[in-house]
Design a protein around this ligand. Structure first.
Ligand code: F6R
Length: 605
């Protein structure tokens, strides 16, 4: 989703802005641009192509400057066209980049039009530029403060005025924005990774903040117009993970990184104690009478798998909510609820809003599970668990998902330990199983050649079914989501017992059905469900544990995942589904790491 980078310095900042945009590419975008201050009139370059192409244009036109702002845009208001790309100018004086949505842009536009402003774009951002311009009397800071008071919605902005060459102003409410300080320069970015190597010193702005930046200095103002000191954080960032190595795509690399990511997430854990969770202690867990899991997309699927773990292991009631729906319903809340937002990026607007809604209802025992340290979610909750997936670049979440599952399993088991439902022998058994998991994952991933063969068939279809039962039903949902988003094949997941209640009508030889078949208590039921598909000529591709008795001989295609892995089995079964989506996408030659219309970090509602 949109990314912002800005810098004010005493040297040419354009190479740094371009590098920052490259690092934000993972968020997903459809156009990009850079603007710099220049005596007389600001200059800019914008395009609907990739950042590399923007960099070529910039070098051709010798765009340089010591004050500049840059942007990757993921279109919400207005098509992904060059004229809608940011930076947006107002009367060649004010330059703005923006992330978020100004919900009252139509009424603001009417006011500005009446004042004589002419709109050149279809964006909501243009109202920000003109509004700042309309308040501007030589002091950018006060113009931005006055403008932001009129916005409804979410925004992060970076702005400069061409009349003030050494100054940049930023503001945020609901969308992320971080400021960075160097010796003789100052920066803004939507994600600190954009500034890695340029500074280690960051200030995470809070909702309603406006920040005034000059080379080597910044002053922050809160929403009430008071000067505030936000804490500096020294963050050493690594760009590890940013190179592809021998892999063809980041998604493939990230799928194969999972054994390592899981091991990293487990770290040195040798006991299920509250201290595994940063900021938590025994009291965090003792009082819990219910767990509320909030997430979107893949992170929501992680919550659905974990629901069964919390119920089985900790004997706790669980509510799993799609974050974008949660706050629009009346909730009957239990004050003993542990609220767990699950988010790879920690910046997903829907999940953040759901978390805030829960906090507003008085549920203040909150524990975030995320993959980005210092993300909004990790800073907003009372305690947190940082997964060890490392930077995930492919838009489709893979290693972030399996490491979220590890974190959720640890949480369920730790709650069980505190509540007395997990005796110490069982604790050791769980820890041993977790330690054994990376090796089991490697064995499953080694079956990639068989998945490639499946993909050559499945990729020729436009529809597919995914079936699972119990904790493997959300794994089927995750497999279907992956196939849709990467290979653009329509896929639906069903709890296998549901098929005969309607979807069976769609089963024909043209409808491949992918089944997750663990060797668990529901196996016989699942086999009957598979028979229902076979009897209608459906093609079955079965991911099965050894000992299930399922083999290719019965007219099925079977991929063996090894012995049943108990409660952690869903983690092993999702791996072939990720690989299947990946290889179907390869066969269909889609843009795997940046699938159409999607963004990595979904910072608008
Ligand atoms: C799918 C995918 C998305 C994300 C969702 C939530 O592969 O990546 O469904 O899971 O947008 O994102 P986070 O986890 O960052 O909150």
């Amino acid at each position: 989703m949109c990314g912002i980078v800005g810098a004010v310095s005493q040297r040419n900042v354009v190479p740094m802005l371009i590098e920052g945009l490259r690092r934000l590419e993972y968020r997903g975008y459809d156009s990009c641009g850079v603007a710099v201050h220049r005596a007389g009139m600001p200059r800019r370059a914008r395009c609907t192509a990739r950042v590399n192409s923007l960099a070529r244009t910039i070098s051709d036109i010798h765009l340089e400057g010591s004050l500049g702002i840059a942007h990757t845009r993921w279109a919400t208001h207005g098509a992904p066209a060059t004229e809608n790309a940011h930076p947006i100018f107002s009367r060649d004086l004010i330059a703005i980049v923006h992330n978020g949505i100004i919900e009252n842009h139509e009424s603001l536009k009417a006011i500005l039009t009446a004042q004589g402003y002419e709109f050149q774009t279809e964006t909501d951002t243009e109202v920000i530029a003109h509004l700042v311009h309309s308040f501007y009397d030589g002091d950018l800071l006060s113009a931005v403060i006055r403008a932001t008071r009129m916005f409804r919605g979410a925004y992060a902005i970076a702005a400069f005025s061409n009349d003030e060459p050494g100054r940049m102003v930023g503001a945020r409410d609901g969308s992320s924005l971080v400021a960075g300080i160097g010796e003789t320069e100052a920066f803004l970015a939507s994600d600190a990774i954009a500034l890695a190597g340029y500074t280690n010193r960051f200030i995470f702005l809070e909702d309603g903040d406006v920040v005034d930046l000059t080379p080597g200095n910044l002053i922050t103002w809160d929403r009430n117009g008071r000067s505030v000191k936000r804490p500096d954080r020294m963050i050493a960032q690594s760009l590890e993970g940013a190179s592809l190595g021998s892999f063809s795509h980041y998604m493939q690399k990230e799928i194969f990184e999972q054994p390592l990511a899981i091991a990293r997430t487990l770290g040195e854990i040798d006991a299920l104690t509250p201290s595994i969770f940063n900021g938590a202690d025994r009291s965090t867990f003792e009082s819990v009478g219910k767990v509320l899991l909030l997430g979107c997309g893949t992170s929501h699927h992680a919550g659905l798998v974990a629901q069964q773990w919390f119920e089985t292991i900790a004997r706790l009631p669980v509510q799993v909510e799609i974050a974008s729906e949660f706050r629009y319903r009346d909730q009957c809340h239990d004050p003993r609820t542990l609220v767990v937002p699950v988010s790879q990026s920690g910046e997903t607007a829907d999940t953040l809003a759901a978390l805030k809604y829960a906090q507003m209802m008085g549920l203040d025992n909150t524990l975030a599970i995320g993959n980005v340290a210092n993300s909004a979610m990790m800073r907003t909750t009372r305690s947190a668990f940082l997964t060890g997936a490392g930077m995930e670049i492919g838009v489709a979440s893979t290693k972030a998902f399996t490491t979220q599952l590890i974190a959720l399993f640890l949480l369920a088991a730790t709650l069980g330990r505190v509540r007395g439902t997990v005796p110490s022998q069982q604790e050791s058994a769980y820890l041993q199983q977790l330690q054994d998991l990376p090796i089991a994952c490697r064995a499953v991933l080694a079956q990639e050649p068989q998945i490639i063969a499946w993909a050559s068939e499945i990729s020729q279809h436009e529809n597919a079914f995914y079936l699972g039962r119990g904790a493997h039903y959300p794994i089927a949902m995750e497999g279907a989501l992956k196939l849709k988003e990467i290979a653009y094949i329509h896929a639906e997941a069903y709890a296998a017992g549901e098929l005969k209640h309607g979807p069976l009508a769609l089963v024909t030889p043209e409808m491949p059905t992918i089944v997750s078949a663990p060797n668990d208590a529901l196996l016989d039921k699942l086999k009957s469900n598979m028979q229902e598909v076979r009897a209608r000529g459906g093609q079955l591709f079965v991911i099965a544990d050894s000992g299930t008795g399922l083999s290719c001989a019965n007219g099925l295609r079977v991929l063996e995942t090894g012995a049943y892995f108990g409660l952690l089995s869903p983690i092993l079964h999702v791996l072939p589904m990720q690989l299947l989506a990946y290889h179907c996408a390869c066969a269909r030659q889609t843009d795997i790491d940046k699938p159409r219309n999607l963004a990595k970090s979904v910072t608008v509602e």
